[in-house]
Write a protein that binds this ligand. Sequence first.
Ligand code: IVH
Length: 707
Amino acid sequence: MTDEAIGSGDDLDEARRQWSELNEMLTKAQQAYYGADAPTSSDEAYDEAMRALQALEQRHPELASPDSVTQKVGAATITDFAPVAHRQRLLSLDNITTDVELTTWLARSGEGPWLCEVKIDGLAINLLYLDGDLETAATRGDGRVGENVTHNVRTIDGIPHTLRGDDVPAVLEVRGEIFFPVAAFEELNAALVEAGKAPFANPRNAAAGSLRQKDPTVTASRPLQMIVHGVGERDGLDVTSQSGTYEQFAAWGLPVSPLYKVLETPEAVEEYIAHYGEHRHDVTHEIDGVVIKVDDFPAQARLGITSRAPRWAVAFKYPPEEVNTKLLDIRVNVGRTGRVTPYGVMEPVVVSGSTVEMATLHNTHEVKRKGVLIGDVVVLRKAGDVIPEIVAPVVALRDGTEREFVMPTHCPSCGTELRPQKEGDKDIRCPNSQSCPSQLRERLFALAGRGGFDIEALGWEGAQALLAEGLLVDEGGLFELTAEDLLRTEIYTRGAKKQEIEDRGEAPVGGVKDGRVLSSTGEKLLANLEQAKSQPLWRVIVALSIRHVGPTAARALAQRFGSMDAIRAASLEDLAFTDGVGHVIAESVKEFFDVDWHVAIVDQWAASGVRMADEVDESTPKTLAGLTVVVTGTLPNFSRDEAKEAILSRGGKASGSVSKKTDFVVVGENAGTKAEKAEQLGRPMLDEDGFRKLLEGGPEAVAGAEA
Ligand code: IVH
């Protein structure tokens, strides 16, 4: 670790310590003031501490947890609920996050078995049953004193008002977690927004908000659920293990998780953790880790507890998928088709293992729907590999300096007035498609891509540099770029002293300009451009950025018409008649060629030597004419693209999914569901050898030779 990292870690630790201190002091003060009616601090001291806590959370948004007093708005919510002293303290859990910590903890905790269960991201509740009747339900509070939410808890489905059976204990404190199922949470937020109200930041807040309602009918309208995870004071509970407790609880009608497991070995515990790490989102509620408990009660007693948490249990926490960060700005991006999309710029944070500082906000409607303001602390979510999303603002942390996002009226890239393409479109666009630098940059980047001209040395930054230097007005001039031109950019050049070059006897491509020569990327760009001129027609079509025309449609057009001229001259019907094209694409192609500057690009490319017709390849026999072939899994000697090319060049159709219409399925290594489907549908299957025979001699060559 570097000194700096240690330093910032210390800062955060110190901030965390201050936070706990302030939060505890304020919580106590609130309880004393509102609960016991005996203030423990002056209003001034209280206000000052609150301001300090808010400032701390502004500086370290990651500290602003829902447990913070800053999130408990106003006195009303607090006065509404009377304090309840728990009979036994509600403990916390120590957290671990690494395999090493897990191994150490398991070794210290004894021989097992361990009860593993998911850690529910909700809020803790303590239910007191006296002679089997639900007496009080209280929130965790500070662990000793919570808030009485009995009326609301009584409305929750699945929490028995009376325990079932005739062996119920005289006293029983049941601990568990109240949560909001994820699917229902999404519906609730949609409904809140629809009604013009602020949405909840996450299911946990929704659960808390729904439970802390003055009016129990509101709680009743929310689909809250509970799962038990422990026991406090008891008199008449005759069990000797955690799992025994759950079994007994289930028999009395209490909601026990179906996901817990009693495991005998550390390896099995590791597997359980890995499993739910992968299947985190397959559970109906949010989980933020796994809780591992020594199952046996006598063993639990021997291990004992520390000041706040048991030594016999631990929480293995998964990397957080939601963090708080500051939304510094909302800017707009102009895409390839001119669509204007707002995106949030945030203070960089690590979430789900990667650093995030930007997230799309899609359109103005979405910004409104989320209710985010520039300057807000926001909840940022990145679930696994999913694109990061700004979920909601943390409204309680607003200080009045936040401002609303206003969609610009003019393109930030070229200044043209923005407008929807059609009446009623949600998106607005920059209509200057020919020369808006932003659109042009995206088009250049796309045309250089692997599905287009495949110009490796032209990336997003390269495109940006060529435009910034005014070397291109549109993509028409791309193949006219010279070494001289590239020497005007930074990205394609390197500085070198003329003398040095002469001394080394080098003769740089493009010569030397102001002491600069082309960099290897610069040289590569020129070579790439030269090669790109003889790319097959379908790639040239893709490179034109015609709406709806991707590689599949482009291949179909190229195959049917053979040249750009023929495509240009084709009638709408003729285009639409092409297999794999259809009306929408045909119309789009027609519209494209109706625009003068589009035609000018094609002409300019042709004049620069870009090949505009496919050579009619008589050498490859059309052995697969009229056949549909699916390739699945990995073949030893064909890449995906090569296999596809081999099929297409022989007049066949390469499809991605198996159906009754599939003629052959080529099955490679690690083929999955497609092979199963082929089996089910009884489609002929071939290995690589069979595939080669098929390519060479058509269906007759493989008759009866299926894999
Ligand atoms: S056991 C003595 N089990 O996590 C052990 N807690 O971070 C007490 N939680 O306060 C807790 N799921 O509110 C336990 N399966 C689970 C849990 C769980 C969620 C909560 C609980 C606790 C907090 C500690």
